[in-house]
Design a protein around this ligand. Structure first.
Ligand SMILES: [Zn+2]
Length: 130
């Protein structure tokens, strides 16, 4: 059993702890608002946003919830340490991919790759082709 406190109204209730890999969404028995349970965390779900919000608002709310999963204590459990690089890889200079914002990569994949066959666009990106 584990005690869960509703993040909306503060009511507490003892429940059978769900398995650690399971995400449970359930309404609070007292106030009826939605609560997401993950591990021993109770995270508020704003039903109004999910039902009536714009796509943007819904995305932001879901991102908030997922972000709560990734707080350091949980992240440490979810993200396994990278296996030590073997020597054969050490001479390879990898591009600094982490300095490119994901948004730019997405834009490139979504837009640029479709246009790159058009000569004008290609030249604008890379300079005049001789
Ligand atoms: Zn409640």
């Amino acid at each position: 059993m584990t005690e869960v406190v509703c993040p909306h109204c503060g009511a507490s209730k003892s429940i059978v702890a769900p398995p650690p890999e399971l995400v449970v969404v359930a309404p609070c028995p007292k106030c009826g608002e939605w609560v997401l349970l993950f591990r021993k965390k109770a995270i508020a779900i704003d039903r109004n946003v999910l039902e009536n919000g714009s796509l943007q608002e819904k995305k932001a709310h879901v991102a908030d919830i997922v972000g709560t999963f990734l707080e350091p204590d949980i992240e440490a459990e979810l993200v396994k340490p990278v296996v030590e690089e073997t020597e054969q890889h050490q001479h390879e200079e990898l591009p600094r991919a982490e300095s490119i914002p994901q948004r730019e990569i997405d834009d490139f994949i979504n837009i640029d790759l479709h246009l790159i066959h058009k000569k004008n666009y290609f030249e604008r990106l890379f300079g005049k082709v001789e």
